[in-house]
Design a protein around this ligand. Structure first.
Ligand code: NAD
Length: 496
């Protein structure tokens, strides 16, 4: 199963002779998996966790040139076709067992499970020195994003979040146009998606028998146990707060990436959200979020200043108002959403993944310096390339965790703003400390657990069940950093 070249490449040779000269004993890269480097022609041994949906697309992108050595899924019915298509890969239910048994022979892991288990699967791979490709949203909480960012830096592994648009031309062009000052300085951005296209705004369903092919306990993983229902998995976990992140988590990693990158954002300082009926368990049908970022230092050579900027997000089919001069009949939705950058000189509009950028004035930017690296393979294969490079000279992927981690914090901050909307205030955020600074010690919050609206004899009956008042600080802190379920679901320590 394991295929590695025994031939020394020129780079191996230089690396080893350098180490010998320094009086060190260096184990070959194939002994300390993940810490060495490989020749591009050497194959990576890749494990995939969560193969029934997007994981299979990621797998197919790397399988032609790399070894798929292990596959892990909690639903062997849904995953059956992928297991069968990869008969040489060892099959697992539990990624922990897979790491225990095959840890030494795996070089890299692709994670494409439901959002709530991304971090625990990826972080435990990173501390074993494995390179990781993790689907978007990178994690389910701010703390988890910070943890993956710091672990990736500490263990020097190659990383990539699965927002494939970051390897595309749309993001490159949008970033270059902004930095070349094509629209002046940006103080406001509006963005939207037409998602959710899966059910949301639902009461918690009753329990059902778990299918024989599904290990529900392993699907739940670090989350709180609840009775199984077929509404949760596959796919529809997106709309349930314990497992997914609603429309924001699903689409903002694609749509807001050119905003985060192009405007050099890091941590927001203010957040507020509103939505259609907010429930304790299920994401609302439509949401609006406003995040404020402080003034930033412009990149060297950038012709754009970076003043304080507000970023507004709409979902559930809502769109920002069309600005004056919008071409009549032109659909604002391009590939599932879009963005309007309001500049001091012009407006830049792009679709999902930053695609097809254009200026509202109709002017077409010319002679814009091409400062962004172009990916000529695919998002997945660019990560494979990075895995094979030594950490010292590695060219980071287009969604390396040093950027994807802080960016993902933006996305999950939107979720926090919506889930804390009952506080009825603009929340102030200390990004370094991962804390809201204006939630009082004794502030409390109540949220609807169930909406039992009915019509009896033509009479509407409003009947909502609420939680008891909860301490708002404790509730917010739990959403920033989740308490994981007991029984083997632990995260590595946060590096200093
Ligand atoms: N980049 C993109 O364009 C894109 C598109 C779709 C989905 N995604 C992302 O991919 C991830 C998966 O989404 P999906 O649509 O494939 O969902 P899905 O439910 O169709 O597939 C998830 C798979 O993971 C398995 N799984 C769940 N928890 C697991 C665990 N703990 N261990 C092992 N297997 C587990 C499920 O059984 C299922 O086979 C999500 O994070 C999603 O946001 C990205």
């Amino acid at each position: 199963m394991k295929e590695k070249s025994n031939n020394l490449t020129r780079r191996d040779f230089i690396g080893r002779t350098g180490a010998v000269a320094a009086g060190l004993t260096i184990l070959p890269g194939n002994v300390i998996s993940g810490f060495g480097h490989k020749a591009p022609s050497d194959k990576l041994n890749i494990a995939v966790v969560g193969i029934g949906g997007m994981g299979n697309s990621n797998l197919k992108a790397v399988a032609p040139t790399e070894n798929i050595v292990a596959l892990c899924d909690v639903d062997w019915g849904y995953a059956k076709k992928v297991f069968e298509a990869n008969p040489n890969a060892k099959r697992y239910w539990d990624w922990r067992k897979m790491y225990e048994e095959m840890g030494k022979s795996i070089d890299a892991v692709i994670v494409a499970t439901a959002d709530h288990s991304h971090c625990i699967v990826a972080s435990n791979a990173i501390t074993m020195g494995k390179h990781v490709y993790v689907q978007k949203p990178l994690t389910h909480s701010v703390y988890e994003s910070r943890l993956l960012t710091k672990l990736a830096a500490k263990y020097k592994v190659a990383t990539q979040m699965g927002n494939q648009g970051s390897s595309g031309e749309g993001v490159n062009l949008t970033v270059e146009w902004l930095q070349n000052g094509e629209i002046g300085d940006v103080k406001k951005v509006e963005s939207f998606t037409d998602r959710p296209i899966w059910p949301q705004g639902l009461n918690v369903p009753k329990g059902e028998w778990v299918p024989d092919t599904l290990n529900w306990d392993l699907f739940i993983g670090p989350a709180k146990m609840r009775p199984y229902n077929s509404l949760y998995t596959p796919w529809n976990w997106r709309g349930w707060w314990d497992f997914g992140t609603g429309a924001l988590g699903d689409m903002a990693c694609h749509i807001l990436h050119p905003v985060f990158k192009g405007l050099k954002l890091k941590y927001p300082i203010k957040a507020q959200g509103s939505s259609t009926l907010l429930l304790t368990d299920c994401a609302p049908n439509a949401q609006m979020v406003r995040l404020v970022y402080p003034e930033r230092v412009a990149a060297k050579g950038s012709k754009m200043k970076l003043p304080e900027v507000e970023v507004i997000w709409y979902d559930g089919g809502l769109e920002p108002p069309k600005p004056a001069g919008w071409p009549a009949g032109k659909d604002m939705n391009n590939g599932g959403g879009g963005v309007i950058f309001h500049g001091t000189k012009d407006k830049l509009i792009c679709g999902c993944y930053g695609r097809d950028p254009w200026l509202l004035s109709g002017r077409v930017p010319a002679n814009v310096p091409k400062t962004e690296r172009r990916v000529t393979t695919t998002h997945e294969m660019d990560w494979v390339r990075a895995c094979k490079e030594s950490p010292e000279s590695r060219v980071p992927t287009k969604s390396d965790f040093s950027e994807a981690g802080p960016f993902n914090e933006m996305v999950v901050m939107g979720v926090l703003a919506v889930r804390l909307q009952a506080l009825n205030k603009e929340l102030e955020w200390n990004g370094e400390k991962m804390e809201f600074t204006n939630i009082g010690e004794n502030d409390s919050i109540r949220i609807v657990t169930e909406d039992r609206f009915t019509i009896v004899d033509g009479d509407p009956r409003f009947d909502r069940k609420w939680t008891d008042p909860m301490n708002a600080r404790t509730f917010a802190a739990e959403m920033v950093k989740h308490t994981y379920r007991q029984g083997g679901w632990t995260l590595p320590e946060m590096p200093a």
